[in-house]
Design a binder for this molecule. Structure first.
Ligand SMILES: [Zn+2]
Ligand SMILES: [Zn+2]
Length: 305
């Protein structure tokens, strides 16, 4: 299972219907947060995501709308008796900021919270996936992230295995796990009965940024690109100055990268009543796009072969 839950989709200012930035990925029950704006823990309650399976928070940058939810969240999990460590990854400053979050107010943190600074290209290894830090272009040190699943084993060709004299049962399992099997004095190798490796899924999260090269490269063929879509095209000058992106700019990037789905988030408060201009400007260039909304959930299936 790979599900994306949009907990906060607002821009720098929260609005009545958009919380500040937070995107949760639920991968096989493991919860990973990308940014954690103010109020994220209550959004987790509203979305019924649970909290204790949260393994790590990847912060794109230390503007308040991306991290203010962390102190409250770590204190809540301490009250609730969490014992497992929590990792906080992010750009330069992550170690120091994490120590501040832990020291804020009077309370006893009852589990380990560790801040780990990443630089572009660094890789965090998960179980059957990696998360790679991407160089992005914002007004302060910042990172984007690409979650890339490991390739899956190819399909097992049962008929072929039987033809080769292998009896269904434990020997099938052995081949499926990648070990050769001996029958009648000769070896059958896994590649004799397994198809080619099948690609896993890729989700890219840009954080706040101008459209940039490393996000484009990481997004080539990606299943989902979640990108800063702060403004419609009418605000191009301001997007450039404030180091954000317009819908049209991101749509062009998504088209060039040939992503399967583009999801725009970090929607400016000027579109509180109507985000239609953002959707319209992106659709002119790239059809498969949606504008994220708070508590929206999307399941990412494997591509059909
Ligand atoms: Zn922001
Ligand atoms: Zn920012």
């Amino acid at each position: 299972m790979l599900r994306i839950i949009f907990l906060g989709t607002g821009g720098s200012l929260p609005t009545r219907n958009r919380n500040p930035s937070a995107v949760m990925v639920n991968r096989e029950g493991e919860l990973i947060l990308f940014d954690c704006g103010e109020g994220t823990q209550q959004q987790m309650m509203r979305a019924k995501t649970g909290m204790m399976s949260l393994s790590s928070i990847f912060v794109s940058h230390f503007h308040a709308d991306h991290f203010l939810g962390i102190p409250g969240l770590i204190q809540t999990m301490s009250f609730m008796g969490r014992k497992e460590p929590l990792m906080i990854y992010g750009p330069e400053g992550t170690g120091e900021f994490t120590e501040l979050f832990k020291a804020l107010g009077y309370f006893n943190l009852k589990y380990e919270v560790r801040g780990i600074q990443l630089k572009p290209g660094d890789i965090v290894e998960g179980s059957e996936y990696v998360i790679r830090a991407l160089k992005t272009e914002h007004s302060i040190p910042s990172l984007g992230y690409a979650l890339v699943e490991n390739p899956r084993p190819g399909r097992f060709n049962r008929e072929r295995a039987i033809e080769l004299g292998i009896a269904p049962g434990p020997l099938f399992a052995k081949l499926q796990k990648g070990s050769p099997v001996e029958v009648n004095g000769r070896f059958v190798k896994p590649e004799d009965v397994m198809g080619a490796l099948r690609p896993g899924r890729t989700v890219v999260y840009s954080g706040d940024t101008r459209p940039c090269e490393s996000v484009l490269e990481a997004s080539r063929g990606a299943d989902v690109l979640i990108h800063d879509g702060s403004f419609a095209d009418e605000m191009a000058d301001w997007a450039q100055e404030s180091k954000h992106s317009t819908a049209g700019e991101v749509a062009a990037l998504a088209k060039e990268a040939d992503v399967k789905k583009l999801i725009l988030t970090h929607i400016s408060s000027r579109y509180t009543d109507d985000a239609e201009p953002i959707l319209t400007d992106s659709k002119k260039i790239f059809e498969n796009v949606i504008v994220a909304e708070d508590l929206m959930e999307i399941e990412i299936p494997y591509i059909k072969e």
